[in-house]
Write a protein that binds this ligand. Sequence first.
Ligand code: AMP
Ligand code: MN
Ligand code: MN
Length: 330
Amino acid sequence: MKISLSEAVTALRQAQHVVITAHINPDGDAIGSSLGLMHALTSLGKECRVYIDDDLREIFRVLPGFDVIQRPDKEQPAPIEGADLLVVLDTTLDRTGRIHKLCTAPVLNIDHHVTNDAQAERAYVDGSRAACAEIVCEIVRELGVPFAGHKELAMCLYTGLATDTGFFSFSNTTAHTMHTAADLLAAGVQPNVISEALEKRPFDDVQSLAKALNRIELWHDGRAAGVFLDCTQMAELTHTEGLIDMVRVIDGTDVAVVMKEKEAGKIRVSMRSTGLDVAAICKQFGGGGHVRAAGCGFKDVPFAEARQRLLAALDTALDSYQPTNPTKTA
Ligand code: AMP
Ligand code: MN
Ligand code: MN
């Protein structure tokens, strides 16, 4: 059920033992929002635990509190007990891995994805915000926790804002986003400390990206670009994070796709566009996201078949899409 910002704030104020979680395959917004909210609630004297049911990329170690994030045991996950509120950030409940099953506390869902259909008991969804962290900033203020004097909190929430906006360059960046970021900087965040930590990659990973980029394909008269990596090709690579950002820059393309089979039968898809509604395409396959950045997954579908189904949906969408602002510069 949809609730208001003040109702979300009241739920947080009333809780004393809070479990915070976010989506699997966690990004800077998922981790930053979770840790930012944790710092705020802890400063109010509440007991707070953060669980994310996935591997965390080491680059996010720059975020204060990174080490407190827990992951349930892979084989024998213990129930997460003693909580009076489960806060689910930056996603719907179904992408929290096993957390929403292991923690049976009442749920408060806070999200900025337009595809969030507010199925949680209580959901505050604002699709106009660039990042979940932007909403958490509003909540933290309403809770009466100032950014000033809370640099740890500010670093986490700034990371959420910066990563979901492509460091304040994507179309989701608003004046409100920038004002919020400015307030976080005033609390002591050094933007270069965050960006330098997040962009660092081992040599092998850069080589892996180069290998993956070699497989880039163009189709639909050059309006679509993609990299498709089945599990054999993935096994040759150490790392492919950020690949989509290199694919989406190709001149003349309306849509970019990266499809990865991390292990046999487990496929993840990332899509980006210049205006075509990729959230709607991903929704056809059980995924979602934003108009210009979305994702979905395929489970137990052969790679070739998943690819063919995705390409068919893309072709249909592209056939009926007229770019209002063609990106081809040449
Ligand atoms: P990504 O390509 O993983 O960076 O995701 C792009 C956007 O789509 C992010 O806002 C994600 O939260 C969202 N997204 C990615 N995968 C899914 C999925 N399977 N279901 C719903 N939303 C997704
Ligand atoms: Mn996210
Ligand atoms: Mn987000």
